[in-house]
Each structure stands twice: as structure tokens, then as C-alpha cells.
Ligand binder design. Structure first.
Ligand code: TYM
Length: 384
């Protein structure tokens, strides 16, 4: 089922309005991540990533089972993806990859990264396959630059790797009927038949190993994997587990999801650091109308895009984050100062990322073709 709540909707192709995450948890039938589960993850991983500590990854399916299996010495594998579009990835798209990389490091897990270069075309978000072409390579470089292990990570684009996946996709597709697909994704009469088939393909990488998959992603991708959980046992494979995040807000406030098609909401990974800093300086904040009022009443960090970005990617230290929160509330820290500091951090991040993208050029063949995992995957095919 797709959530069309009052004032918001969440589908894999569109998120609109201010999302009510509590309602979404019920509508999607996922579990919230409770503190005891976090404690167990921390015990096994050795520490907890800030995105987990701060509840940005807030829901899951079967993460408890993954951890119980880990305790018994069983291993899991990681799977996530990015569908290239008509512009580079933005900072929100980075979140699932940051989490996947962290889990890979902590658990030594293999990671499979799908680049469905047909998805946005089939979903009619772009007008031609050629339009996404320049971003396929750039997305792959951006992902590599986040620091994955080249021998434990396989990155593949659908139009190239389809020959290896097609048998499995056919098996999966046979088990999903049109009524279920419509109910899950809200497909309608004008939906292209390509998009109706596409979910079978997005499920295939969950069958790459005879272990449990764990998928870090934002909650919009859950409908695909809900179907996976129906189909996998019929194919003798494990139901996938999921680790689900909220959406990073755009710079225009808590109602907005960051969206590359609305440039003022987003900072793109390959954006010029000065332009990104300018956007931050124009961001929506939880500040008052005048400095005098703000000193007297304090700001509202809960409503502030700038504070939100500190919590997501730009302040790792919990104590410093708390100080920022308290001095905003107390009226000592004004928005101008807070924005200048964030703008600096964003610009620094982009500069350092740019260097890593240049390094990534040398590694791309390893991730896609001849690293340990990649070379093995070029002879993979479904044998049910
Ligand atoms: P795509 O390219 O739309 O998005 C890539 C990933 O980014 C997440 N995401 C966000 N996370 C936080 N804040 C945001 N504002 C935000 N916007 C998007 C998405 O949930 C996604 O995880 N169909 C997929 C591609 C895909 C995939 C997968 C994703 C193929 N296989 C397996 C996850 C797992 C897509 O269009 O993602």
C-alpha cells in the first residue's frame, strides 16, 4: 500500500508534504527502532553511527533477526541503490550510502549497489535514456568517493548487467500479480508497462547471496521490499531486512524534501562550494523576525533547516550539537552566525568530496568489473 495521508504522500517516485512518520510506520507495517535494539547493534558493531543515535534511521524490518543471526555467527549482506536522474545526487541521497558503508566497515559485509539507469525514464521523470547518461558515471563516482571497500562492493548498472539478472527477474515477476503491484505502488492506467515490471528487477539483488540481505534506504523504497518479503520464501531465499531513514529536509524548511529538481532546496554533491554556501545563507531557519525578538524569545531549532543539517551530516559530536541547540533556544546564538558556520562546513565537505571523486576515477573498474566481488558477480546467474 502507498501512503496517501492527509497532506502528504510517499511513493518510491514521489514524496510530497510534511510526512507523518508515526502514521507511515503503521501504514507501511514496519517497526520503529527501539532503544534495546540500538543497544544490541552497538554491542555488535562496537559503536553507533550518529544517524542511528539521533533516530534519523528510525524504522526497520527484521533488524532484530539480523542481529540475532549475527550473534550466532551468521553473516548478512548489504544492498542499496541509486537511480540516475537529470542532475547529480544531492546530500539527501548520500544518507543510505553513508549507513551502508558504516555497516560494511563494522561487519565486513559485502555490499551490492544497483544503478537502475532505466527507472527514472520508465517513471517518466526524464524524457530519454540519454538524459541520465552523464549522471550514471558521476553517481557511481560519488558513491565510490564515500569510501566503500573495492573488493567487497559490486556496483552495476541495469542496462549493462541485465543479462545476468534477467532469469531471476523473470522468476520474481512470475510471483507478483497486477493487483498486488497496483495496490503496492498505486500503478494506474497511464503507468508504463516497463515500470510495472521494474520492481521485479529491483528485487533481484536480494537474491545474490544465500544469506539475509539488509537494505539501508529511506522509507520511500519500502514498497519494493515488502513485495520481496512475499516472494523470496517462494524462491527458497531469505526475506530481506531493512534499515529505514526519514527524508533529509530541503533548505526551504521542514515541509520540503530535498529535491534536485527544486535547486533552492538542495545541495548537489558536485555543486560549486560557493554556490552551496550561498544556498545555505538563504536557508529557512527557526529564527524570529528580528534579532531583538530572537534574543528575547530564542529560536526554534525543531523547525530549522540549518539545525537539521547539523544533526544529519555536519556535527558528529553530540555534546557540541546539544550546545548549539541550547544556545539557539536561549537566544544567544543568532541565525546569521549559525548559517555562516554551516555554510563553511558544507563548502569544506564539498571540496574534500571533489578530491575523493578524482581518486574514485582510478577505482571505478574495480568496483564494476575486476575487484574480488565484482569479478565473481560477472559469472552470477539465478539457479533456483
Ligand atoms: P533514488 O535515486 O530516488 O534515491 C537514492 C536513495 O536515496 C534515498 N533518498 C533520500 N534519503 C534521505 N533523504 C532524502 N531527501 C532522500 N531522497 C532519496 C532513497 O530512499 C534511496 O535509498 N529505486 C531507487 C534505486 C534503487 C534502490 C535499490 C534504493 C535500486 N535498488 C535498493 C534502495 C535500495 C531510487 O530511485 O532511488
Amino acid at each position: 500500500m502507498v501512503a496517501f495521508g492527509s497532506g502528504y504522500s510517499v511513493t518510491p517516485w514521489e514524496v510530497r508534504g510534511r510526512v507523518d512518520y508515526d502514521r507511515l510506520v503503521e501504514e507501511f507495517g514496519v517497526q520503529k527502532i527501539e532503544t534495546d535494539l540500538l543497544a544490541k547493534l552497538e554491542a555488535l558493531a562496537g559503536d553507533l553511527h550518529p544517524l542511528l543515535r539521533r533516530g534519523f534511521f528510525f524504522a526497520h524490518r527484521d533488524l532484530d533477526l539480523v542481529l540475532r543471526e549475527c550473534e550466532k555467527g551468521e553473516r548478512f549482506f548489504l544492498y542499496t541503490g541509486r537511480a540516475p536522474s537529470r542532475s547529480p545526487m544531492h546530500l539527501g541521497h548520500v544518507i543510505p550510502f553513508v549507513m551502508t558503508k558504516w555497516l560494511q566497515e563494522r561487519f565486513g559485509a559485502n555490499a551490492y549497489i544497483m544503478i537502475p539507469d532505466e527507472e527514472k525514464f520508465l517513471a517518466k521523470k526524464v524524457d530519454s535514456l540519454d538524459e541520465v547518461e552523464p549522471y550514471v558515471r558521476l553517481d557511481i563516482l560519488n558513491i565510490i568517493a564515500l569510501g566503500f571497500d573495492p573488493d567487497r562492493t559490486f556496483i552495476f548498472r541495469d542496462t549493462e548487467y541485465i543479462g545476468r539478472m534477467y532469469r531471476a527477474a523473470v522468476e520474481v515477476a512470475r510471483h507478483i500479480n497486477l493487483s498486488i503491484a497496483k495496490a503496492t505502488f498505486g500503478f494506474a492506467g497511464e503507468t508504463s508497462i516497463g515500470l510495472v515490471f521494474y520492481p521485479a528487477l529491483q528485487i533481484v539483488p536480494t537474491l545474490f547471496e544465500d544469506r539475509r540481505p539488509l537494505i539501508p534506504c529511506a522509507i520511500d523504497q519500502d514498497p519494493y521490499f515488502r513485495l520481496q518479503r512475499d516472494v523470496a520464501p517462494k524462491l527458497g531465499r531469505r526475506k530481506t531486512a531493512e534499515l529505514l531513514s526519514k527524508f533529509v529536509w530541503g533548505l526551504t524548511g521542514p515541509e520540503s524534501k530535498m529535491s534536485a529538481s527544486e535547486p533552492e532546496t538542495a545541495v548537489l554533491l558536485n555543486e560549486d562550494p560557493d554556490s552551496a554556501a550561498r544556498k545555505v545563507m538563504n536557508a529557512f531557519t527557526g529564527g524570529r523576525a528580528t534579532a531583538e525578538e530572537q534574543r528575547r524569545l530564542g529560536g526554534v531549532p525543531e523547525m530549522c533547516s540549518v539545525y537539521h543539517w547539523y544533526t544529519i551530516l555536519f556535527e558528529d559530536d553530540d555534546e557540541r550539537l546539544r550546545e548549539r541547540y541550547l544556545s539557539c533556544r536561549g537566544g544567544e546564538l543568532l541565525c546569521g552566525e549559525c548559517k555562516v558556520e554551516l555554510a563553511k562546513r558544507v563548502a569544506r565537505f564539498l571540496e574534500s568530496h571533489r578530491r575523493k571523486v578524482r581518486e574514485a576515477e582510478k577505482l571505478i573498474e574495480k568496483f564494476m568489473y575486476d575487484g574480488k566481488l565484482a569479478s565473481r558477480m560477472w559469472s552470477w546467474t539465478w539457479r533456483g
